[in-house]
Design a binder for this molecule. Structure first.
Ligand SMILES: *Cc1c(COP(=O)(O)O)cnc(C)c1O
Length: 419
């Protein structure tokens, strides 16, 4: 099921036609479906009754209205910066439902998190643990901590989004985990509550998660044997979505498989941190065709969105389906869909077959995750607006940037006068 379906030959976002949205908000423009976000969220929530818990990975799409939709559904949140904590609080999320991941937490961020008494820190190194302990003691409070362990499993995903191998910068190696937990138990200002891992992103099989879980459960047992009892195991995010022809497991099947493995540990709660699985297919990027261009060897469809608006194709060779928003009788061409940015790597799709003419609107699908959040002003391009559709209402949840927005904070220096 999709909230972006064709009716009478025209793509709709829920009940609103995409051309109507483009007329109202201009292009390029991100469009999200509230119903899709809610449905994706509930698929997790329904299979994770308390004390189990899902924490939405804010970095996938951190727009305040997106966070608000999830906060209203009672979501927990996985954040990777003080800024993301502030966003969650601003959107109505509860501090107790925040887990704070990330390899480089600054003193300022740790203090801020403790001031708000967030749920827990997912600690990534011994040095970070010492820092959290010292700050918690100075603030006369207790930090709940989980350790991110690197289970060293191959998630079989793109190298840039694989995080669970020894060679990655994330977490502590499994063979050091016991010592690290032992040491943590001796430090003041800390309460050890769990262990966590996150093995990668866009995984389309359950097996790597189960491999990681087995290793984590062995650690839980080893800790138990030395008197350290964990309350929960956080298995991170990473469940893949369908961009093209991938067939990730259904959310329920994936969670049931994990919970079945944990049946031997009934006191242990499962936490998950889905990002992409919640928002990727809940968003599209709408763009307009500026020109068609053909060289002797190749067709180009030049559109008004570029790599600054949606970086994934350029950065990861990621595939996003691209469709004409209106069924067209234009001649079929096969070519690259490219943006206006002055980089050869600026493409949204390569060798796509489309019926398209200049002026047509295209939808770049599955753009709700790691889309707007990775956008930039490269080439002095104001970032596009974000719109949330809810039934037959559309809300502008982030205005298109103006040039003033783009150079806010920049200043001229005194003019050089001739001597
Ligand atoms: C990025 C990230 C996630 C979310 O990953 P998805 O693949 O989007 O589900 C979850 N946890 C941590 C620690 C992350 O860094």
């Amino acid at each position: 099921m999709s909230e972006f379906e064709f009716r009478h030959g025209v793509m709709h976002a829920e009940s609103i036609s995409v051309p109507d949205l483009a007329a109202r908000f201009g292009t390029p423009c991100y469009v999200y479906s509230r119903a899709a976000i809610a449905r994706n969220w509930k698929a997790f929530q329904d299979h994770l009754p308390a004390p189990h818990k899902a924490c939405y990975a804010v970095k996938a799409n951190s727009n305040l209205a997106v966070l608000q939709v999830l906060a209203e559904l009672g979501a927990g949140f996985d954040v990777v910066s003080g800024g993301e904590i502030a966003r969650v609080l601003k959107a109505g999320g509860r501090a107790q439902d925040i887990v704070f991941s990330g390899v480089g937490k600054s003193e300022h961020e740790i203090r801020y998190a403790l001031e708000h008494d967030i749920g827990q820190f997912n600690v990534e190194s011994d040095a970070e643990l010492d820092r959290i302990s010292a700050i918690a003691v100075a603030m006369d409070t207790t930090a709940r901590v989980s350790f991110r362990v690197n289970p060293d499993v191959d998630a079989k995903t793109h190298p840039y989004i694989a995080t669970g191998l020894e060679a990655n910068k994330f977490g502590i190696p499994m063979q050091d985990a016991l010592d690290t937990f032992k040491r943590a138990a001796t430090l003041p200002g800390l309460e050890i509550v769990g262990a966590d891992c996150h093995i990668g992103s866009q995984l389309t099989e359950t097996q790597p998660f189960l491999d990681a879980l087995d290793r984590m459960l062995a650690l839980v047992d080893a800790l138990e044997a030395i008197g350290i009892t964990l309350k929960h195991l956080d298995m991170g995010g990473g469940l893949g979505v369908t961009y093209q022809s991938e067939q990730p497991p259904a959310v329920g099947d994936y969670i049931q498989a994990l919970l079945a493995r944990m049946a031997s540990h009934p006191h242990l709660a499962l936490y998950l941190e889905p990002g992409r699985a919640i928002v990727a297919n809940a968003g599209i990027l709408v763009t307009q065709v500026e020109y068609l261009k053909a060289s002797r060897t190749k067709h180009f469809v030049m559109v008004d969105a570029g790599m600054n608006d949606l970086l994934r194709p350029s950065l990861y060779q990621a595939f996003h389906d691209i469709v004409n928003v209106c069924e067209s009788s234009a001649p079929e061409i096969t070519g690259d869909v490219v943006g206006p940015v002055c980089e050869t790597g600026d493409f949204l799709g390569q060798q796509r077959t489309l019926r398209v003419a200049a002026g047509d609107l295209l939808a770049v699908k599955s753009a709700g995750a790691y889309g707007f959040v990775m956008s930039s002003n490269y080439n002095t391009r104001p970032r596009p607006p974000e719109v949330m559709v809810d039934g037959n209402e559309a809300y502008l949840i982030r205005a298109r940037e103006t040039l003033e927005d783009v150079w806010r904070g920049e200043t001229l220096i005194p003019a050089q006068t001739e001597k």
